[in-house]
Structures are given as C-alpha cells and as structure tokens.
Design a protein around this ligand. Structure first.
Ligand code: NAD
Ligand code: UGA
Length: 435
C-alpha cells in the first residue's frame, strides 16, 4: 500500500518506519526542512533506540522516503496519517489543534482518488468531525474518509510497542476505510493483535482514557510511596504485592519524582478540558494532575533536607534530564522542576544526561553541563539521580563518592540499592522507604 505520514516526530517517524517494515511504501513529510534534510542524510532528528537501523534498512529497500511536499505525498497515497504535535494550548490547557487543522486543509486540497485520512495525533473527542468538516469545505465532493487511529507507543520502547501492541484501535464506520485499515495492519492482525473497530469518537476517547488511567496508577503509587516513608514500610513491596493481583496488574507502579513527558501532563489537561466542555466533572483525573504537579515541585525538598536544610552555595550534580530513560525528550521532565527549585534555593547545578543534553541546553541554558557522570559530580556536595538510565544503575559508587565534596545521594528512581550506596559512603535517600 502507499502511505503518507505527516510529521516526523516520535510518533510519525516510528510509525512510518514500522509501516515500511510491514512492506508498505511510505513517504514521510514534515514542515521542518532541517528534520527532512537530516533524514535524507541518514541522521535521525530524534533519539529512539534502534530507529536509525530500522530507517536505514527501509530506505535502502526503497520503501521509505522523506520530503517536504505535502501535496505530492498526499496525491500518491491511499492512506494519509496525521502525526503532528498537539501540545497544550497556551492559556487554557486544551489541546492545541492548529497543526492538525493546518495540515487537514492542505490534505483536502491535494487528495485525488479515494483516500483514508487518519488522525494518529492524540486529539480530543469530536476532533475527527471537525477535521471532516474542514476537509468537506475545501472538497465538497472529495472521496475520503476521516478515521481515528490513536497511537499507544512509549518513547524509548517505541519500535517494540508499535510492532507488538496490545491492540490497534480504529474509529470509523466507513466500510471502505475499514477494509483499507485492515489491510494496512494485516501483519499485526496475523500475529493475533486485536483490531478493535469502533466509532471515531470512541476511538478518540480511548486514547485519553488510557493515558489518564496510566497516569492515575503512577499518581496512586507515588501517594503510597509518601505513606510508606512515614509508616516505615517499603513501596517496592506494596507495589509488588498489589501488582500480583491480575485485576490491578504489575505495570506502571514504579514510584518516582512524578510523571512527565510530552503526553501524560498535556493529555490529562486536555481530557479535563473536554470533560468541562461537556459539563462533566472529572474529579479523579483533576486530582491526579494537581497531585503530580505538586509532587514535581516538591521533589527538590528531599534533597535540600538531606543537605541539612539549605543548599545555598552548594553544588548539586543532577544525573538524568530526560523525562524517562532511553529518550532525548526533556518536555515536562521532573528534572526541570527539581533544577529550578534548587537554583531558587541558591544551589549551583551541574547536569549530565546520556541523550538529553541538546534539548536541555535549549531549555536551561544557565546550568553547567558535564560530559559524563563522574565529571558531573566532581566537587559536588550532593548528587541527584532523576532518570533511570541503565548507565546510572551500574555506576561505580565508590569512584563517584571519591570525587565529591559531600555525601548526599538522592535516588529519585530507586535504582541504587541502599546498602551499596551506604557501603560507598553515601547518605542515601530513596523514594517510598525510610532513609
Ligand atoms: P513531535 O513534536 O515529536 O513531532 C511533531 C512533528 O510534526 C514535528 O516534526 C513538526 O515539525 C511536524 N509538524 C507540525 N505541523 C506540521 C505540518 N502542518 N505539516 C507537516 N509537519 C508538521 O510530536 P510527537 O511526540 O511525535 O507527537 C505527535 C502526536 O502523537 C501528538 O498528538 C502526541 O500527543 C501523540 N503521541 C505521542 C507519543 C509519544 O510518545 N511522543 C505517543 C503516542 C501519541
Ligand atoms: C505514555 C504512554 O505510556 C503511552 O502508551 C502513550 O502512547 C504516550 O504516553 C503518549 O500518548 O504519548 P511516554 O510518555 O512515552 O508514554 O512514557 P511512559 O513510559 O508512559 O512514562 C511517562 C512518565 O511516567 C515518565 O515520566 C515516567 O518516568 C513515568 N512513570 C512511568 C513512572 O513514574 N512510573 C511508572 O511506573 C511508569
């Protein structure tokens, strides 16, 4: 099949490369010529494990191409995926659909034969109706269907998530579009992945409900972590104990500094806004959002407390700037809130991240950056591990400690065994257990 993908970010590029791997011919376009130039030169505009090899293989096989001409891409395609960003709208937190609407006008102008236009971007319930309306104004007689096919991949595990999903959700009541989408996903259907066909509005809401539910699990375990610290219990045991119950499930119960990223925070805000628009209170998810914001803001406090109540004039080394491991994405990362709070309290911050330094430099130009964890902690009074990169799990703790002026280690992801940290001479503070 001939597929066009609009937007070569985390979702568009991964989806495009994976559809090409299924055997389809995929042309990806983006309005950012630098991103396209990088791809044409064999460089990835984002960091995602194994993506470079997948892209290179499919480019070499002639199934994956890149360009900036949206009209040309759409003219030739049977299926067009919209995978542009839907960030929080400035001012009210609703999803900003400007990028989606901008490209659906361009798509409408370019389509020729029957075309399935798919929103893969995360969009509020009812957006498909608006996309269809905009396209009908441009092309009243155009032969097309607007379908919702939300994406559930995670950054850092995006290729595996795309190739082995728990389900594919497709919102359409157009029989021709249904047949085309079934063909598109045939390799997954043959691998027993359920294709769940539903209405467009239901599909749109499945996406927000899934993210909100996952965020709620994390918010819940973080609340349990706070209780464990006071009640002298261990949150790892509580999470394991409840996760064994199959009705609860073991995943997404890892306590930490609060969830971040380009999706959970903005998607739960957008869901709250949609619910308000429909006059429906969403108290549970409003509480999850507020508790998470509060948590991220308060996380610096445990480091300040471990330093004796003040960090004024002290140097703090921050290991991990991305919102999670295995990505270069620093959007809404807990590290940003922690660093800002530490700076506000008078600390000098030096930071290191295996992949997130370029994005972090643009966001936080006023902190010092190190080239590796050991130079990052040199002369520091405290070290904070904020992202669970595997390189941080295997740090030589004695070497780390010997380079520092102080002994505080705050492990916001519980990746360092407390006993090993103590043996290396650290005063170790974790999450969800008495330190
Ligand atoms: P991103 O910001 O990484 O990439 C978006 C890309 O779209 C950019 O390269 C941008 O230049 C391009 N773009 C914007 N407007 C365009 C236009 N009019 N024409 C052509 N290109 C245009 O975004 P992302 O993280 O890939 O997210 C895309 C969507 O997918 C969002 O709605 C997001 O909520 C959703 N989503 C993201 C993830 C994730 O893990 N990042 C997972 C599931 C769903
Ligand atoms: C999340 C969802 O997991 C994806 O299914 C969804 O497609 C995506 O959002 C999206 O809509 O964009 P992502 O944000 O890439 O994916 O990463 P997650 O692994 O979900 O982590 C999100 C945040 O929660 C991170 O800050 C992470 O550290 C935190 N987290 C996650 C925890 O604190 N504990 C956990 O147990 C899991």
């Amino acid at each position: 099949m001939r597929v066009a993908v609009i937007g070569v970010g985390y979702v568009g590029l991964v989806s495009g490369a994976c559809f090409a791997q299924f055997g389809h011919h995929v042309h990806c376009v983006d309005k950012d010529p630098q991103r396209i130039a990088a791809l044409c030169a064999g460089r990835m505009p984002i960091y995602e494990p194994h993506l470079d090899a997948l892209v290179a293989d499919n480019v070499a096989a002639g199934r994956l191409t890149f360009g900036t001409d949206l009209a040309a891409a759409v003219r030739d395609a049977e299926v067009v995926f919209i995978a542009v960003g839907t960030p929080a709208r400035r001012g009210d937190g609703h999803a900003d659909l400007a990028h989606v609407f901008a490209c659906c006008r361009d798509i409408a102008q370019a389509i020729q034969g029957y075309t399935v236009v798919v929103t893969k971007s995360t969009v509020p319930v009812g957006t498909g109706d608006r996309v269809e309306h905009i396209m009908r104004v441009v092309q009243p007689q155009g032969a097309f269907a607007v379908v919702s096919n939300p994406e559930f991949l995670r950054e850092g595990a995006a290729i595996a998530d795309f190739q082995h999903p728990d389900r594919i959700v497709i919102g359409t009541q157009d029989e021709r579009a249904r047949a085309i989408m079934t063909n598109l996903y045939r390799p997954l259907a043959e691998a027993a992945v359920p294709l769940f066909f539903t209405t467009r509005r239901t599909a749109e809401l499945v996406k927000y409900a899934a993210n909100a539910f996952l965020a709620m699990k994390i918010g819940f375990v973080n609340e349990m972590a706070d209780l464990c610290e006071r009640a002298d219990a261990d949150v790892a045991g509580v999470a394991y104990g409840i996760g064994l119950d199959r009705r609860i499930g073991a995943q997404f119960l890892q306590p930490g500094p609060g969830f971040g990223g380009s999706c959970f925070p903005k998607d739960i805000q957008a869901l709250i806004k949609s619910a308000q628009d429909y006059g429906v209170p969403s108290r549970i998810i409003e509480t999850v959002a507020a508790a998470n914001e509060q948590r991220k803001r308060s996380m610096a406090r445990r480091l300040i407390k471990a330093c004796g109540g003040s960090v004024r004039g002290l140097t703090v080394a921050v290991l991990g700037l991305t919102f999670k491991a295995d990505t270069d994405d620093v959007r809404e990362a807990p590290a940003t809130s922690i660093i800002t709070a530490l700076q506000d309290e008078g600390a000098e911050v030096r930071a290191y991240d295996p992949q997130g330094m370029d994005q972090a430099r643009a966001l936080m130009p006023d902190i010092a950056y190190a080239t590796d964890p050991y130079s990052c902690v040199a002369g520091a009074h405290a070290v904070a591990i904020v992202t669970e990169w595997s390189a941080f799990r295997t740090l030589d703790l004695a070497r780390l400690r010997s380079r520092m002026a102080g002994s505080v280690l705050v492990d916001y992801r519980n990746i360092i065994p407390a006993a090993e940290a103590a043996e290396a001479g650290f005063r170790h503070v974790g999450i969800g257990r008495r330190s």
